[in-house]
Write a protein that binds this ligand. Sequence first.
Ligand code: PMP
Length: 432
Amino acid sequence: MNAVTTLPLDVESLRRDFPILQAVLHGDQPLVYLDNAATTQRPRQVIDAISDVYETKYANVHRGIHWLSDQSTDLYEEARQKVRHFIGAVHREEVIFTHGTTESINLVARSLGDGGFGGQGGSLRATAGGFRAGDEILLTEMEHHSNIVPWQQLAARSGAVIRWLPITDDGQLKLDELPALLNERTRIVAVAAVSNVLGTINPVAELIAAAHAVGAKVLVDAAQSVPHQPLDVVKLGADFVAFSGHKMLGPTGVGVLYGRRELLEAMPPFLGGGSMIRRVTRDGFEPSDLPAKFEAGTPPIVSAIGLGAAIDYLDRIGLPAIHEHEQRLTEYAHKLLADFPGLRFLGPEPKHKAGIVSFVIDGIHAHDVAQLLDRSGVAVRAGHHCTMPLHKRLGINASTRASFYFYNTLAEVETLAQGLHEARDVFRRQKK
Ligand code: PMP
């Protein structure tokens, strides 16, 4: 067997933990789930943890002075500690539960970007200075809309200017253009650790060093990175890191914003309401300490606890093995599809990629490819994947994306390739 056909994990035994992966579609097609960049599936352990909270330990957190509330508060705070440990953060106050990557990025764009009123001392008073006209925000051409639109909204409010770090034709950042784009006006650099379309693993540490050298802050969109490969926020030196629970075996409706403590302390609250205040008078409010300051209202209690169970599961397997497994699948997909007529891969060679394989096929629309693959039980995504500027840069309107997780097998990659050949045959027959 060559290197590409051996895998580091016992996938068959892991797959037994995932009830949905046993599904059979259209009568006789086993589900081949290759849409993990959109959302992953959940193992029995996470589903059980969620049911267990609802059945035995559910109440609102931090408020009730009663036994059940203590139980759910303990579990919720335990989940925060699991996240803290998972990403190498030093302080629990640096882990804010949000509803997902999108909200985490909006939080930073609003709070850091607007500066504004902290409400300290019973009256509203201006805190950290917001972005001003002429300030610069640096994004890359491969960002997800979640890491574009909040900055465009901030630019519209403040007069700040957005600059774009370009990519090469094979989907890597043009780092040689970085010095010309960074200057003392750059307030923030917001970059994906891994592109959700190209799969490119970006040199985030290098970007952070360059940004810090001009005094800019860095937000890392780690939605496609934290679930798949080790990320240590301290070693990386990141100021902010955003990710979502549902892309890492956890429930929907919970995400994380990591932020360096001194930055979060200086930033005004994002949403106002219950839980984020210490005191409210008719004249103003005094915000709570971290992390409550950024967790207004009832938080996603059970989802956060479910995320904690997901982290336990991922820790047992180990992210290095997960990353290696996914790279083998990516290499195998590239190998099987290398000579597929009219197929163009998006993004770099497998060695620079995570487990994401996007492509276009001459003469067949991405949506048709996805629909025909579905006949073989293969779930992939088609469209612009919330990256319209990237697709425009690549000169295409849509692409098809297969994205892997540790429970995918080499046989499933073969089913993908086989399904694509069948799709091509269908199209050829239709054209005759
Ligand atoms: N950034 C990237 C790179 C993503 O892949 C996604 C999800 N597709 C998001 C942000 C947004 O994540 P969510 O929808 O969970 O907020």
